[in-house]
Design a protein around this ligand. Structure first.
Ligand SMILES: [Zn+2]
Length: 787
């Protein structure tokens, strides 16, 4: 034993020596690599871009010109009712002074008819983008612009979208905007620059191809103008200038649909240049580019104070190769992390609405600041922020659509992974987030081109009943001087069924899902400045902190404070009944979008349209073979069943399988007709387990999962679910030990409303007083609370 011990001691000391020697021979450990915080500013565009000046750094100086004279809508002498822009082009070819893609080698012409004026057909298998003019390949040969003219236009920069310019007369220029890529139009946003004017020279600009039938330009809105010289000399940034502004029906017909003979709308404005050799930018509103966003995020990420609360992640890569970012803002302390509420902000689904980005910037700046209210919000909430959903559209100067030519805010019902990656992944991400914690609020930020002020669209089944959905909107309008509650509407419109707002409201049962609209103009005929948009973002956070205090005060011994939600509901009850009418909706689906079929031919691989197309083809062939499909609809099925029963023909009966039969998997029609059945199944379908965590969704919050596992919650939920017939609509609430069991109403009008409420404590001991629980419940119970 002793000798052994000695041996051991000896050998261990030798080992120690060896280990020591080995260690000393090792190279020194690497220094800890610093976390890479900044984002590479890498903007991928379909064509080369020139840099823009450093716009909007201080937001302080702002001069509002009062030179806007009474607008007089000019009388247009209509010569030919059926003229299109193609005719205009043919007549004015020799006056062409600018075209956007002049410098590009745009490939050889094709006789593809599915090409539209100013459309860029980007075939992503090849690298070369192409420009066509209804199949004419307008830009194959380079046209020589009039050299005599000193005025030079440019739009080859980020978010720029002037397609071409014609000199109509001295100091009069006709401009044509570039269609949204791969669409037949959607032209409303504009952004271009002019050089070569003399000081004091006044120029009239006519933008010939606007989409919308009405505009705030007739109510006093002026174009956003940025003069480089003026900025160098006196520091003026973007301001609203221009005079003799009018917006009216153009003489030119839209190329599509030609049969409807719809007209374009024309914007006319005048501008007097202040300096010789100046470069002046003109835009629909203060531009906010993808580069601006990345630069802003970098300043946040580099800031030692701010970056401790902010993390970023690439959600996906867009069709154009740009990144779609998702940011997380929350306190870095682990305390109460599991109890934090979820909040989601989205912006720039519509690329031509830069206001959304300024509001978003206001939100991010506030939430990462050292303001005590921001600190409170970080302690109690986890913010998931999608700052630019449509970076491709922003880069390429689109107004409404992404690169594939569709409105992303109409793709939330069934987004395609390949065509709408940012929507697909954002939806998946938000769904995963909702399984992890209760989402209190979702705000999708937009700009409105027809209405003044800022306001929200919310969801509600009835416009008559003042429900919980309105509470947060009213509170926001109280803390935000720029928000007008009377302009808000709360409806679930069929036309907007596929928007982020309605889909998230429906699928995730979140009461406060809003589309937040900020006017391109301002309010009470006063232009919004950039800082006003930023302040709108701060106000949203202010309202949120009040409501979070309200919903968490049971935990913070503040139960004696007045209940803000109840106050708001009472106030709503006193308001006169109004039928929400949304005049001048900014969201109607445009006929300028290509159909799925047409898109299929542009984007051949990997699209759902291909599948859909093959389904449609099979359907067509099947229809030809069997014009009267027994299960084509319920009526005909019933009728045929009836006749078959009357005829008592066994052979026919065996042929006609009932529509609910599950023995027809091979028939493609079966899938197409599925919705009718799915809806029936939906009603009896087992609801999703409330605390189930989808591991495929990569949320950052592994802490919460760990906590869940430890508490054995999941199992208890499952056990509970198996014997209760009720439906748990509010998933893990902040106090995850408290579960709200809500029975669905059966009446049709009241679908989704809360009928009766029971409360159940599971797992941990619930220390709350029953009255406070009930109050909490009532807040969620909407209309019943009011009645
Ligand atoms: Zn919008």
């Amino acid at each position: 034993m002793n000798s052994n011990n000695n041996n051991n001691n000896d050998s261990s000391s030798e080992d120690d020596l060896q280990v020591y020697e080995t260690l000393t021979k090792l190279p020194p450990p690497n220094e800890l690599l610093p976390r890479k915080l900044t984002i590479d500013i890498d903007v991928k565009s379909l064509y080369p871009l020139k840099p823009l000046p450093q716009f909007c750094k201080t937001y302080t100086t702002f001069i509002e010109e009062s030179s806007q004279k009474q607008c007089i809508i000019p009388d247009i002498q209509v010569t030919d009712e059926n003229r299109t822009l193609l005719d205009y082009y043919e007549e004015n070819k020799q006056n062409l002074v600018y075209k956007r893609f002049d410098q590009l080698d745009l490939g050889k012409r094709t006789s593809n008819d599915r090409t539209y004026f100013a459309s860029l057909l980007a075939n992503f298998k090849r690298t070369q983008p192409r420009v066509f003019f209804r199949g004419e390949a307008l830009f194959d040969q380079k046209l020589t612009p009039c050299s005599c003219d000193q005025i030079q236009f440019d739009s080859n920069f980020e978010s720029g979208n002037l397609f071409c310019a014609f000199k109509k007369a001295d100091n009069v220029y006709d401009l044509i905007l570039q269609n949204d890529i791969n669409t037949r139009g959607n032209t409303q946003w504009f952004f271009f620059s002019v050089t070569g004017a003399k000081a004091g020279q006044t120029i009239q600009f006519n933008i010939l191809n606007h989409l919308k039938t009405g505009s705030l330009f007739n109510e006093g809105l002026q174009p956003a103008v940025y003069s480089v010289k003026e900025n160098q000399l006196v520091g003026t940034e973007w301001c609203r200038e221009g005079f003799n502004i009018s917006y009216f029906k153009s003489v030119f017909m839209k190329e599509y649909p030609l049969s409807l003979k719809k007209k374009y709308y024309q914007l006319r404005f005048h501008y007097t240049f202040k300096h010789d050799g100046d470069k002046v930018y003109f835009a629909h509103s203060y531009p906010y580019t993808y580069t601006n966003l990345l630069e802003f995020l970098n300043t946040q990420l580099e800031d030692q104070e701010r970056n401790q609360y902010l993390s970023r992640k690439v959600l996906c890569t867009t069709l154009g190769g740009n990144t779609c970012e998702v940011l997380t803002i929350t306190s870095n302390s682990l305390q109460k992390r599991a109890f934090r509420k979820g909040v989601v902000f989205l912006a720039r689904q519509h690329p031509g609405e830069p206001q959304g980005s300024y509001v978003m910037q206001g939100i991010i700046e506030f939430l990462t600041s050292n303001n005590p209210q921001a600190d409170y919000l970080r302690q109690n909430c986890i913010f998931k922020i999608f700052p630019m959903m449509n970076s491709d559209g922003v880069v390429n100067g689109n107004y409404r659509c992404g690169l594939e030519g569709s409105d992303l805010n109409r793709r939330w019902k069934k987004p395609n992974k390949y065509l709408h990656p940012s929507v697909y992944y954002a939806k998946k991400y938000v769904k995963g987030f909702s399984k992890e914690r209760q989402i209190l609020l979702v705000v999708d930020l937009h700009g409105h081109s027809r209405k003044q002020s800022s306001f929200v669209y919310g969801c509600a089944y009835s416009s008559q009943v003042k429900t919980i959905e309105r509470v947060f909107a009213l509170l926001m309008s109280k803390v935000n001087p720029f928000m007008d509650y009377s302009s808000c509407t709360f409806r679930v419109e069929n036309a907007k069924d596929k928007t982020a707002r309605i889909q998230l409201w429906r699928e995730l049962k979140i009461n406060w899902v809003y589309t937040y609209e900020c006017s391109f103009y301002g309010q009470q005929k006063k232009h919004y400045q950039i800082k006003d948009y930023l302040n709108c973002g701060v106000s949203i956070c202010n309202a949120l902190s009040q409501i979070v205090k309200d919903t968490t005060k049971e935990f913070t011994n503040q139960a004696n404070q007045p209940d803000i939600q109840q106050q708001m509901l009472e106030e709503l009850g006193k308001m006169p009944q109004t039928d929400d009418q949304d005049n001048g909706s900014d969201s109607s689906q445009s006929e300028a979008e290509l159909s799925d079929d047409e898109m299929v031919q542009l984007f051949q691989p990997k699209t759902y349209s291909m599948k859909q197309k093959s389904l449609l083809k099979q359907q067509e062939t099947n229809n030809k073979k069997k014009p009267q499909q027994p299960n084509s609809n319920l009526k005909s099925t019933l009728a045929s069943q009836k006749t078959s029963i009357l005829q008592e023909s066994p052979s026919k009966n065996s042929e006609q399988k009932p529509p609910m039969s599950s023995q027809k998997p091979k028939n493609p029609l079966y899938r197409i007709q599925a919705p009718q059945r799915v809806r029936q199944i939906d009603q009896v379908k087992q609801p999703e387990l409330p605390l189930m965590v989808d591991k495929s969704v990569q949320t950052d919050d592994w802490m919460y999962r760990q906590w869940l596992i430890q508490m054995g919650k999941l199992k208890k939920q499952q056990e509970f679910q198996s014997f209760t017939p009720t439906r748990n609509i509010y998933k893990s609430s902040s106090q995850s030990v408290t579960r709200f069991i809500v029975k669905n109403s059966t009446t049709k009008n009241d679908r989704g409303r809360v009928d009766s409420i029971s409360l159940m404590a599971s797992g941990l001991q619930n220390k709350l007083s029953s009255s406070s629980q009930q109050r909490q419940m009532m807040r969620y119970s909407g209309s019943n609370f009011m009645s």
